[in-house]
Design a protein around this ligand. Sequence first.
Ligand code: SF4
Length: 254
Amino acid sequence: MSLPERLPPRGRESKTARAGRSAEIRRRLAARYPDVSTALTHGSAWELLVATILSAQSTDETVNKVTPGLLARYPTPADMAAADPAELERAIVPTGFFRNKARSLQGAARHLVSHHGGEVPDSMEALVQLPGVGRKTANVVLGSFFGRNDGVVVDTHVGRLSRRLGLTRNHDPEKVEVDLMGLVPAEEWTIFSHRLIWFGREVCSAKDPRCDACELAELCPSAFRVGRWAKPARATARRPARTTRRPERPGGGA
Ligand code: SF4
């Protein structure tokens, strides 16, 4: 098990210093990933919404294998709204949590049909009203399809990287998002999250961060301290069992 990620001690890094450090992190990530977007295959807002809902607790690769057949069978929200639930579940089994995801997909499709004429809305307020859609999914659709920077996508990679890099101390995705929105200019919110996601996959994975080959190492308070670099927890030294010696009675004797 890895040691907890070590951030600069509270109060040691000023807001100005953190802003400067995050600017340099952004600059280096932009140099590595000048143009990057979601790895979820899609051709419309509806397709991206479906793929993003399916991507929870799954990999983009798995989702990209499932969506072509799924969207050929249910090309519009109206088609999915009318789907046989068992058939819909079977179609998405490889992505995991298929019962919940099928409920979310069909609930979202029905909501789109009844409230938005079968179209995916382009506002955060409307998107988060869809069953199974939170800020993360809404941010993906708004940023990667509509080109709107309404927030930062905080998935597992973005959360982990943000904590390792000392950009947040929070674990709640919505609090992480608020912290990142305070450090990153609004026009970079979408692309910054994609850069972190790609960097999390390619360099700073959960278990095997490549700190020895990382261009952010000198800016990272967790460098060589997490994943495989973490020292094993110090074993508690075993002391020999203490023998309790009964005080001798005055005068001796057992
Ligand atoms: S130095 Fe290590 S922990 Fe920090 S971002 Fe790079 S790979 Fe991740």
